[in-house]
Design a protein around this ligand. Structure first.
Ligand code: THU
Length: 136
């Protein structure tokens, strides 16, 4: 499994997912895609709610799709959104990703104009708490 080989496809999946976003309140559409341990891609968008706190992020949708498809590990993550700075996963989503991903998991972020940036989950969420703390 070489996640880098899936980079363009994963970013394209995140971009396509962004187009499905339900974000009538913030108007901030986000798409995300995760690559699972079988090399399959799972995408999702943010889904907002009239009761604002009940909305959820694109990363959570993508992870839900992965789990429902039987995926157990996130080998790479892509996020697509449009903003002046690269849009990285929010704090809560970093922790959600941590459940399924290692510190070296690449997090690729992209906008619609071809700007890209690369992070790792460990860089975004250093010294994190994870499943191994509960299952040593
Ligand atoms: N959002 C995401 O879906 N992912 C992120 O990484 C950042 C924020 C969503 C949540 C909300 O629907 C909108 O973007 C504005 O915060």
């Amino acid at each position: 499994m070489k996640p880098d080989e899936h980079r363009d496809a994963l970013i394209a999946a995140a971009r396509a997912a962004r187009a499905m976003a339900h974000a009538p309140y913030s108007r901030f559409a986000v798409g995300a895609a995760v690559l699972d341990e079988q090399g399959r891609m799972h995408a999702g968008c943010n889904i907002e709610n009239a009761a604002y706190p009940q909305g959820w992020c694109a990363e959570a949708s993508a992870l839900s799709a992965m789990v429902m498809a039987g995926g157990t590990r996130a080998m790479a993550v892509a996020v697509c959104a449009v903003a002046p700075q690269p849009v990285t996963p929010c704090g809560g989503c970093r922790q959600k990703l941590r459940e399924f991903a290692a510190d070296d998991c690449p997090v690729w972020v992209a906008d619609l104009e071809g700007h890209r940036a690369t992070f790792t989950l460990g860089g975004l969420l250093p010294h994190s708490f994870g499943p191994e703390h509960l299952n040593p």
